[in-house]
Design a protein around this ligand. Sequence first.
Ligand SMILES: [Zn+2]
Length: 288
Amino acid sequence: MTSESSLRADIVEIGRRLYARAYTASNDGNISVRLGSDRLLMTPKSVCKGFMTPDMMCITDLEGRKLQGDRDPSSEMLMHLEVYRQRPDVQAVVHAHPPIATGFAVAGIPLDRAVLAEVLTTLGSIPIAEYATPSTSELPEAVRKYIKAHDGMLLANHGALTVGGDLYSAYYKMETIEHFAKISLVARLLGRENLLSREEVMRLQELRGSYGIKAPAPICAEPAMALGAVGLVDDPAACQVVQAPAGAGSRLVPDFVRQMTGAGPEGEIRLTYRELSALIEDALKSLR
Ligand SMILES: [Zn+2]
């Protein structure tokens, strides 16, 4: 088992990286790790994660009672405790506000499209936990719904949460989420987002086994999504639901967004007679 002193040093280093990458501002964010079977080592509240020292950390029990430390534990301790309660396999939890991923969380857009093979094999989908007031017991409740099947999630209008088998594994998942969010944003700004087909997603899922990736739940490609119908599987506790259209043997399915928005084959926007009339009327009004 890793010694307490090296875990303290790892938390300091990860805090420094979170702050250096602007995943947190000011005193935002928090980090914790299991210390044996019945204790947690956790960042204290009201401290900038970029300037921590190993002696600042708190030790609590699994009910959140402080056992050691000069400072009080993180204001998001309840969320961390809930994760450890729901996931005995999880050893470490990282919470931050990486700006692009948090932008998706604010826009209410989950990172659940089948776009990048690495993201699918490691995290699967990244859902959005419903909005809850930070530091209250609402937040652990919102997280509970998704944490059984997901190692990473967005928190609506707040930030992101990742978990792992050790501190660095939880931290790297935070990096992956922000990186994925950046790539998704650029693709959407460019106006095209080709998706991996359902068949390819299933192939990647099989690779999880051969790479020894321990995912908490299987990926379920949402087969009816391309038709605009309700997905066949939508239990967030049992499955990582990923939007992957049927590709009829092809690995990439182009112009998914265009199909979804109903635009025509050349990308032109089609307006009804009424919409067109309203546009012309508006244009005339602005001329008067
Ligand atoms: Zn936060």
